[in-house]
Structure formats: C-alpha cells, structure tokens
Design a protein around this ligand. Structure first.
Ligand SMILES: Cc1ncc(COP(=O)(O)O)c(C=O)c1O
Length: 356
C-alpha cells in the first residue's frame, strides 16, 4: 500500500538556496556581506563552553532584555528559529485552511511557500508595471475570507515602504474583517519606521523582526514575533520547545548590549549605499533608491546574463529575476563602502561589454 503524504506538502514545489556560497562574494541574499566586527565575535565565542553547549536553551533572559530594548512588555515578544520559522508559527496559529492570506507580489517567497504547505489560499496583489503598489489594491483584496494579511515593510525585493496613513487604513480594514495583520520588519534599521507601537495598541497586529540582516547573524537563526500578550501567548502555545539555539540567543543578547555596535552597523551600511548611488549616477545608471540593505540595478545588458557572468567569471553572487516585472534588474545586497567598491569595480566593466 502506498504511504500517505500530506497533499499540500506533496504538491509544493521548492527551490532551495544555492549552497557552496563561501567561495563567492555574496550580494544575493541580503546578508551583511562581510559580517560583524571580528573582535566582537571572538569575545562572544569565549562564552561558549562545553557546559554551555551541554545545556538546553533558556530564551527568557534574552527575551527580557530584547523586550526592554524594544520598549515593550516581556509578554509581547517571543523568538523563533529565524523569522521564517516565525512566519510558519503565525500562519499555523492564525491561518485557516482554505481561507485567504493576502500579500503583495512579488514578496519574500516563504509567504507563498507557507501558504502552500499549510493549505492556506494565497491571494497575491501584484505590483503595477512601474513597481508602485497602490494601497487601494491591497484594501480591495481584504474581505471576510481573509485570515492573514502580510506587509513586508520595506518589501523584499522591491524595497518600497508604506506610509503611516496607508498602514492605518490596512490596520482598520483587517480589524473590520477579523484578520491578523503581519508587518514583517526584516529590514528595520535600514528603514527607521516601525509598527511596534501599533502592535501594542491593536491586538490583531504582529511585527516580525530578524537578527539575519542588520544584526548580521543569519547563520545563527533567530527571529522575533512582537505583538499583544494575548496573541503572543497563542503563538507560544504552538511553538517547538527548544526552537532557538543557545548560540543564537547568546549572540543576539550580546549584540543588543554592545555599546555603539548598532550605530556602527547602520553607519557602515549607509556609507556603502551612498557610494553605490553616487557611482551609479556617475556612470549613467538610473538610481532606484531602496529603504533596505539591497537595491535594484537596471543593467545595460541582459540582467540574467550579467548575473551569470558575475558568478562564473568574478565569483560574485547577485540576484537576477525571471519574473517579467523584475527581469531588467539585478538585486544587490549592500555592505560597507569597501565591499561595494569591490562589487562596482567588477560589475561596471562587465555590464559595459559589447553584447556578443
Ligand atoms: C522580508 C523577509 N522576511 C523574512 C526573511 C527571513 O529571515 P530569517 O533569516 O530571519 O529567516 C527574509 C530573508 O530574506 C526577508 O526578506
């Protein structure tokens, strides 16, 4: 007899990220290309002893400090093994099979993957051809069948943000229909706006944060769910017991405590971004500004060819797209000015080549 396979999982087509990336310059996944200061990492590593490794994780010490760091009650935060696991928890907790999850399209791909896996109906709201996203289109997609609405602010990959008045309208509409609104702030700090205060005021609003982007510890896997204590309690009830490892908790705790580190990471990023804007302009490229740690470059040559040649000839990874809306762009993660200089000095001559 054939064994049973959950049909939602059976029918989900996954494309997993490339491996073996250590040999490349990595500007393709919105990580910090060069990572945290070595001295900081070495200092924290000293705390990892055999006893530390032998003991099950205890997240509360970090979570108390993180809640204070955000200015919210301890009961308003919980952690997960990366925000992609946080997304899974939120969808399992507040999604209803066969009912709608509204997101813009394109957005971070795990949103539609989780819909497929959990049997939730994905209702994507496409961007306009000029990459604008009229808030009316999102509002129109929200109705009594909606259980979850996701806004990624800034959005990945487009890099746009929502004005406070737009957010307010979506908060009202989701409240009216009884849906949960997830505001994914993975790229917070590159963009200073936040809905944390809204999440404290409105029980149906959840904010997601990650330590993978500005905080530069994607390898550790830690993401945070922020929301009203009642809602966070539901998320906690559905969690795995030890889903966030002690190394992640330790690094996250030391990161938020380290004097000046956050400011230094933001400054480094901003210098890298300013350099890229300047260099693109000097070389006659349109500048597509982004509020995140990545930006679109409209290549002069075919964007997918450029992506392939950068990888094969220069050992540089960037993100290219088959989606017609994004076909003319490469998406490049932003790091320090030195990182971006390395990239630009290789990208510009390659893109200026005559087509064969
Ligand atoms: C919008 C968005 N949310 C969540 C994630 C996942 O982050 P994490 O590493 O915390 O799983 C990403 C990663 O690129 C992202 O772009």
């Amino acid at each position: 007899m054939a064994y049973y396979v959950n049909p939602h999982i059976r029918d989900t087509v996954r494309v997993f990220p490339m491996e073996g990336r250590a040999d490349f310059r990595r500007y393709d996944m919105n990580e910090n290309p060069s990572g945290l200061p070595v001295a900081f990492v070495e200092k924290v590593k000293k705390e990892i002893t055999p006893e530390f490794l032998a003991t099950y994780p205890e997240p509360s010490r970090f979570l108390k400090k993180y809640a204070a760091f955000l200015g919210v009650p301890f009961e308003s935060v919980t952690a997960a093994n990366g925000s992609d696991m946080a997304i899974r928890y939120v969808f399992e907790t507040f999604g209803e099979p066969g009912k709608d999850v509204v997101t813009v399209s394109p957005t971070f791909e795990m949103y539609w993957v989780e819909c497929n896996i959990l049997g939730l109906r994905h209702r994507p709201v496409p961007y306009e051809p000029d990459l604008s996203m009229p808030v009316e289109k999102i509002l129109e997609a929200i109705d009594e069948n909606t259980r979850i609405v996701v806004l990624t602010n800034p959005n990945n990959p487009v890099g746009n943000v929502y004005a406070e008045a737009e957010l307010d309208r979506i908060i009202e509409k989701t409240k009216e229909v009884g849906a949960v609104l997830v505001i994914d702030e993975a790229y917070h700090y590159f963009y200073a706006g936040t809905a944390v205060k809204k999440a404290m005021e409105e029980e149906h609003v959840i904010v997601l944060r990650t330590f993978s982007k500005l905080f530069s510890i994607a390898a550790c896997r830690i993401g945070i769910v922020v929301g009203h204590p009642a809602l966070i309690q539901y998320v906690r009830q559905g969690k795995l017991t030890f889903d966030v490892n002690s190394i992640a908790l330790l690094f996250a705790e030391r990161l938020i405590e380290e004097p000046g580190l956050l400011e230094e990471l933001i400054r480094t990023e901003n210098e890298g971004k300013a350099y890229v804007y300047r260099t693109l302009e000097e070389n006659g490229y349109p500048v597509h500004k982004s509020e995140a740690n990545f930006l679109f470059i409209e290549t002069k040559r075919d964007a997918l060819e450029v992506t392939k040649e950068l990888e094969e000839e220069e050992k540089i990874l960037v993100h290219g797209y088959r989606n017609p809306l994004l076909r003319k762009f490469i998406r490049v993660s932003i790091g320090s000015e030195a990182e971006m200089r390395y990239f630009m000095e290789r990208f510009l001559p390659l893109d200026a080549r005559e087509e064969a």
